[in-house]
Design a protein around this ligand. Structure first.
Ligand code: FAD
Length: 254
């Protein structure tokens, strides 16, 4: 446990006695924040940084054990773009001859691509905590946040509950993937965008439900990694389009 200072990350204070995990302890130095932001995604961490730049004493509450950055950094924009880059390179290298480059036996090392993706995510998340928050003197409180009236946030961390006094609260709690009726994600056959970013092997086939940037990216990554499937797709003239377009999607969920 670390005692909160002007900045840095704070594990919430443990309860005074063993077995009293639900007891709410105020922060050790009775700090009162000008603004407490719940959620450290792009909405939350940018709001906290701006508040700090304007001279306010800011705290951010984040419950994700993976770290800060929210959906975008942990399981959205950043990991998909890291994998998309791999898919782009693979596609280019497979057409190397066309560009006047001799490259034999080009193939995907999926495990390495996933390791690179994880490394990028970790580095950027750490950058928010150890550089951006520190530089702007923002306190990071790790745990699940909930409101207790307009001027207090309870943070439930590993060691118990802590009461954070605050003049203002910003809710930046983002969103989570949602299942569709009758096709609840099981993490094995039916995956959400969270789970597909953690797969160990490339699936033999993939149906993407939904169209738009997110499913399009996932389809492009897996579709292109599936070398033979991607080529078959091109031969059929369907290229690498999502398999379901908005109107099919609407029909599917109706
Ligand atoms: C696969 C995928 C690809 C994407 N690609 C792009 C892209 O290329 N470009 C783009 O602009 N957008 C993209 N997005 C969308 C982007 O990720 C979101 O728009 C963005 O993350 C929203 O930011 P946010 O701060 O509102 O919420 P989030 O990023 O969801 O962050 C909310 C945070 O709040 C935390 N939280 C929630 N409740 C609590 C609580 N009670 N206590 C403590 N913490 C809590 C969560 O753990 C989370 O860290 C993508 C999304 C996905 C899923």
């Amino acid at each position: 446990m670390r005692v909160p200072g002007a900045s840095g990350s704070v594990a919430v204070r443990p309860p005074a006695r063993a077995g009293t995990a639900s007891r709410r302890e105020p922060l050790a130095n009775a700090e009162i924040f000008d603004v407490t932001v719940i959620g450290s995604g792009p909405g939350g961490y940018v709001a906290a940084i701006r508040a700090a730049q304007l001279g306010l004493k800011a705290a951010v509450v984040e419950r994700d054990p993976a770290g800060t950055g929210g959906t975008c950094l942990q399981r959205g924009c950043i990991p998909t773009k890291a994998l998309l880059h791999t898919a782009d390179l693979l596609e280019d290298m497979q057409r190397a001859k066309e560009f006047g480059i001799r490259a034999e036996g080009v193939e995907l090392d999926f495990e390495m691509a996933m390791t690179r993706k994880d490394r990028i995510v970790k580095r950027l998340s750490k950058g928010i905590e150890s550089y951006l928050f520190k530089k702007n003197k923002i306190t990071l409180l790790k745990g699940q946040g909930r409101l207790e009236g307009p001027k207090a946030v309870i943070v439930e961390g590993e060691a118990g509950e802590t009461k954070v006094q605050t003049k203002n609260v910003v809710l930046a709690t983002g969103s989570r993937p949602r299942g569709l009726p009758g096709i609840a994600p099981d993490g094995k056959v039916i995956l959400t965008s969270d789970e597909i970013l953690e797969i160990k092997e490339i699936p033999e086939s993939l149906i993407v439900i939904g169209a738009g940037a997110e499913p399009d990216h996932l389809d492009a990554v897996v579709g292109r990694a599936l070398d033979h499937d991607a080529r078959a797709g091109e031969q059929e003239g369907r290229g690498l389009e999502p398999l379901f377009h908005p109107k099919d999607h609407a029909r599917l969920i109706r």
